[in-house]
Design a protein. Structure first.
Length: 408
């Protein structure tokens, strides 16, 4: 007999709940992790300004384990999203603001739950952060096969493969405790709960609905993520109207554990800063806001070198290009950063500005363009700029991509 539905499929995990004067952030885990093992370090950097509540998936973390398989169709992305709304409502009853919009951040399947919330209950969300996820993840056969395996042999069958996919280069050596907590959570996850979530992923496909999302969304991708490649996250950001895209270099699939400060900074900036005011300030000449965009696109190392090399003779010019390029053009809403990178690369190749091209090839990777997409841009330029220009561009780009992969 299959497992019957419990009162709730997910279990809330309170990190910090105080009162309605602070934004409420609900955080969601990835498959095979507990919310605590994945989010604890990032949450610790947010609880000074946020109330934070997480949830554990069926059979994961502190959620009850099942004695038998879940009935077909009980655990779905829709049912998980409904139960997350109940977790939020419980926290808001404590805070005294039940029904108010809340912020959401989720990784992988947790991000998929976030997308489901955005299309099913947009009025309940102030906005969402979607990390390492997409509107469809893999194919149904892949997830159903994994569900069958884990249901029979347990989650230890997934530990070795997850250790390879979850973390960026060298992370397990640098942070053995954090990696151990995540892999330990996977090993102790209930096989029936894990399999049920796999089958929910098999049926999950919101590609036809995301164009209607009207909430503020930030899509975060790990540059080294092989489980959900950058291209998948970048496509999600392109399809959601007005979505921001953030690429975390040298981070793989579990960004809140791998790079907690960067994730906390992204959340804090979007929620606590007045984004519209920041854009207006930048457009009217705000150097600080423009410099922030410049650093996001070109990277701290390049900008720091440029600042260090600024002299009295060049200072006015440096401030001018920072305001004009990064405070006005790159902050306009009409094109996303991927498109702006593609345009910039094309013009630089056509004009033969090779040093600038190398810089913007690296910037394009930060903005979510894949190596394959950059190659396609240069190939098209062989027709519309010239073969010699494209030949030189491929040479410059190859070196720039190598530098990017090595961390510049």
């Amino acid at each position: 007999m299959a497992h019957a539905q419990e009162p709730s499929l997910v279990t809330g995990v309170d990190f910090a709940v105080r009162d309605a004067s602070r934004p409420l952030l609900i955080v969601g885990p990835s498959l095979g992790t507990s919310t605590a093992s994945l989010w604890e370090r990032a949450v610790a950097l947010l609880t000074d300004a946020f109330d934070v509540v997480g949830f554990d998936l069926p059979g994961h973390g502190v959620s009850p384990q099942a004695a038998e398989p879940w009935a077909e169709g009980v655990v779905t992305m829709e049912s998980l999203a409904r139960d997350v709304l109940e977790v939020a409502a419980a926290a808001q009853r404590t805070r005294g603001d039940e029904g108010a919009p809340f912020w959401y951040a989720g990784v992988s399947v947790g991000g998929a739950v976030g997308i489901q919330l955005l299309v099913d209950a947009p009025q309940r969300l102030a906005g969402a952060f979607l990390l390492g996820t997409g509107a469809k993840l893999g194919d149904a056969q892949f997830w159903n096969d994994r569900a069958d395996l884990v249901e029979k042999a347990g989650t230890p069958t997934q530990v070795a493969g997850s250790a390879e996919r979850w973390f960026g280069r060298g992370f397990m050596d640098r942070e053995p405790r954090v990696a151990g907590l995540l892999l330990g959570a996977l090993q102790t996850t209930d096989r029936f709960g894990y399999a049920a979530v796999c089958r929910a992923l098999a049926a999950f496909d919101l590609r036809e609905r995301i164009a209607g999302i009207d909430r503020p969304v930030t899509v975060v991708a790990g540059g080294d993520d092989t489980a959900v490649p950058v291209e998948t996250s970048a496509h999600l950001a392109n399809e959601i109207p007005g979505a921001e895209f953030v690429l975390l270099s040298h981070v793989a699939h579990q960004a809140p554990a791998e790079s907690p400060q960067a994730v906390a900074d992204v959340i804090r900036a979007r929620v606590l800063d007045d984004a519209a005011g920041a854009r207006a300030t930048a457009a009217s000449g705000g150097l600080e806001a423009a410099m922030k965009v410049r650093r996001e696109v070109l990277g701290d190392a390049h900008v720091d070198r440029a600042i260090a090399n600024t002299t009295d003779f060049t200072r006015d010019f440096q401030e001018y290009i920072t305001r004009a390029a990064w405070g006005e053009i790159w902050t306009r809403p009409g094109l996303d950063r991927r498109m702006r990178s593609a345009i910039t690369i094309s013009v630089l190749v056509a004009r033969g500005h090779w040093d600038e091209l190398a810089m913007h090839i690296r910037a394009a990777r930060r903005n979510g363009l894949s190596e394959a997409e950059i190659s396609e841009i240069l190939l098209q330029l062989a027709v519309y700029a010239s073969v010699p220009s494209a030949n030189q561009a491929f040479h410059v780009a190859q070196e720039a991509l190598k530098d990017y992969a090595e961390g510049e």
